[in-house]
Design a protein around this ligand. Structure first.
Ligand code: GCW
Length: 674
């Protein structure tokens, strides 16, 4: 096989105590043999038991007309029973123990599958099965992974090898595809976009006969695991496929073209979930070319996809990437809001707006996007990035679930209650069903899937979080450690320390107080304080000899005022703005006293020295795990941790030197600043 099975590795044995006597798996679901999800649930449980406790479970099929050969149950054996129970919530399950038997109940087959994977987790963690009583319904309807894979096999912002979906302009469907679907489904992922939102070249042809047979096959593999396949779409496809001269969303000809195209695509691939579109952004085509709005563009596609139950996911990452750095008025942070707020309520029901967590672009720290809490009449989805483009590129450890928890917990004040981002994207605020959360994926064809072995915690964690947002980041981390590495206490405690320290550490030794960027242009790895300062990308820190930060208050770009009260007045006021976002909202003198009591410049020095100290401690603790982790994994991680150690110093020294030189102010603790 070559690659790892991650948290679904069944070769690691567990103590047989809890599972003793379980020898049957009983399927009490009518027509189960025709249901791929049930078949896969059974198979998964059988493989898990065979691998982890060395026992072949005998299949007993009940209640199915015509299958006479049901295996009789002997007196002493226990069983796992899969049963249908009407009236439960969509995708939910009840996993419990009844007189020694383990029951998984659900109204639909996805629920059964999720219950089966939950049981496997419980067995892996060696939790007491006789106490099982877990009723679980996913809070977010859409739990999606967005892959930025190109059809030539490269991955935009990919840090773990090449694509396993595409090689040389062909779709690949093999054992790894199935294992990917198993891994994703096991943490509750139910939708996947396989291709990059920057749709170019061959990818534009995914919706044509050239690829539709393979797209269909892939969608069927996914469907067996409850995953709906989505494709990223080229907005200008009618032109780039050489069929029309225009992509004007209000042109009858263009609309007709899309109707025909959708008919063809869904006619072939009936399971297809729909499409993801990046339009009028970073050089991609869109409705602006024709003086039309994004509602015009999205609705044109939505109307064509609606007869087939197709969903159009439209990204709000729309901004002017040709800005003049001399221009202090234009503010990239405003762009999402300014482009979409007026369109609230104008989108069709099968359109979902996909909004990045912050107004800029997946920085280590950003405020929450003001469209959350702004929009009240539009389906919304939160987009986060587990590909660590700006957070160490899967070479540094950066466990992002604590960040996502903060984002989800953010109060927007759009209503008196149920007003958090989590409420909005789980449908509680406005009663929507078309909503959820997507993560830009961090996988590739590396043996360990995610480059850094511990980056898998972000993949695992994202799925678990979207399914059960009430879980804490710690709970998710602990679970991931135990299902991946077993129940060794030292491994668990050390890895907990590593994961939970990693995001604060990364923030400390990189760009301070919410200012963001300061990375090398293009590849976005490593420090370069002025890398983007005189560029066209709208990502500036505006540092001079007296201070640093972007004035986004009412006196500046006015961005702070896009939030609802009281958020707007808090962000607008230097005295009230939380320290960690201060430089995002204000231009501040180096000598200004933060709420922490430190000056801005001293905070910069202290946090950078401290960040490196935490990394040193992390590396030391990790090294002590030698012998307790699989050797290959240990070696891979050790190499990355050593790189992080060295690289954190580079960040510290460049940032400290830069601000020392700009400000002329010494570190009051007299540490070495170059
Ligand atoms: O973060 C930026 C990346 C681009 C990416 C873009 C986007 C897919 O640097 O590589 O393009 O965001 O989200 O569309």
């Amino acid at each position: 096989m070559g690659y790892e099975q991650l948290w679904l590795d069944y070769t690691r044995k567990v103590s047989g105590r809890e599972t003793e006597g379980i020898i049957y798996i009983c399927v009490g679901i009518p027509d189960a043999e025709k249901d791929a999800l049930i078949q896969n649930s059974v198979k998964e449980l059988q493989e898990a038991f065979a691998g982890m406790v060395g026992r072949e479970l005998t299949l007993r099929q009940e209640g199915s007309a015509g299958t006479g050969a049901a295996q009789a149950r002997t007196g002493e054996g226990r069983e796992i029973r899969l049963v249908r129970r009407e009236g439960m919530r969509v995708e939910s399950y009840h996993l419990y123990c009844e007189k020694g038997d383990i029951v998984i109940e659900a109204s639909d087959s996805r629920g059964i599958l999720y219950g089966a994977f939950d049981l496997i987790r419980q067995v892996k963690m060696e939790n007491p099965l006789h106490l099982l009583d877990r009723t679980n319904a996913p809070l977010m309807p859409m739990r999606m992974l967005d892959h930025w894979d190109n059809m030539d096999g490269s991955i935009e912002r990919g840090y773990s090898g090449e694509s396993f979906f595409f090689v040389k302009d062909q779709i690949v469907i093999d054992e790894r595809t199935r294992d990917y679907a198993r891994l994703a489904a096991s943490v509750g992922i139910n939708a996947v976009v396989i291709n990059n939102v920057n749709v170019k070249d061959a990818a534009t042809w995914l919706i044509t006969d050239r690829y539709l047979d393979q797209v269909k096959q892939l969608s069927e593999v996914f469907a067996g695991y409850g995953i709906r396949l989505f494709l990223s779409l080229n907005y200008a496809a009618p032109m780039e496929l050489g069929e029309l001269e225009s992509a004007d969303p209000l042109s009858e000809e263009v609309r007709g073209w899309w109707h025909e195209r959708m008919k063809k695509v869904f006619g072939k691939v009936s399971d297809l979930g729909g499409f993801l579109i990046k339009a009028d952004s970073e050089g991609r085509p869109g409705p602006f070319t024709y003086g039309r709005t994004h509602a015009d563009g999205a609705n044109m596609l939505a109307e064509a996809a609606a007869p087939y139950g197709g969903t159009i996911i439209w990204r709000c990452f729309v901004y002017n990437c040709m800005q003049d750095w001399r221009d202090y008025k234009t503010d990239r942070a405003r762009s999402g809001y300014d482009n979409f707020m007026d369109l609230d309520g104008k989108f069709m029901d099968n359109v979902i707006l996909q909004i990045k967590n912050g107004p800029m672009d997946f920085q280590v720290r950003e405020p929450v996007h003001p469209l959350f809490g702004g929009l009240t009449k539009t389906n919304q989805m939160l987009e986060v990035q587990i590909a660590q483009e700006y957070t160490g590129q899967q070479r540094h450890l950066c466990y992002l679930i604590p960040m996502f928890k903060e984002i989800l917990g953010f109060r927007t004040y759009v209503k008196e209650e149920t007003d958090t981002v989590m409420d909005i994207v789980s449908g509680r605020t406005f009663g929507q069903r078309n909503c959820g959360m997507a993560a830009v994926a961090n996988t590739g064809n590396d043996d360990n899937w995610t480059g850094h072995d511990m980056a898998a915690a972000n993949w695992y964690g994202f799925g678990r979080l979207a399914f059960e947002p009430e879980l804490t980041a710690e709970e998710i981390a602990r679970e991931w450690i135990r299902v991946t590495y077993g129940n060794d206490e030292q491994v668990e405690e050390t890895m907990m320390f590593l994961l939970m320290s990693s995001w604060p550490a990364y923030e400390s030794y990189t760009s301070p107080l919410g200012i963001g960027w300061m990375v090398s242009p293009n590849n976005h790895y490593g420090p370069s304080v002025d890398g983007y300062e005189y560029s066209r990308w709208g990502t500036y820190h505006r540092a001079d000899h007296q201070g640093i930060g972007v004035d986004r208050s009412h006196e500046g770009t006015g961005y702070a005022m896009l939030y609802r009260k009281p958020n707007a007045s808090v962000y607008d006021d230097k005295e009230k703005c939380p320290d960690e976002l201060l430089l995002f909202f204000h231009h501040i003198p180096y000598t200004w006293k933060l709420r922490s009591g430190k000056t801005v410049i001293q905070h910069i020095y202290d946090s950078h020295f401290e960040g490196v100290e935490i990394v040193d401690e992390m590396v030391e603790q990790f090294m002590a795990l030698q012998g307790r982790l699989p050797e290959a994994a240990y070696e891979r991680m050790a190499r990355r941790f050593l790189e992080q150690k060295e690289h954190a110093r580079e960040w510290r020294d460049q940032i400290n030197a830069y601000f020392h030189r700009k400000s002329g102010i010494l570190d009051e603790k007299g540490r070495e600043v170059y």
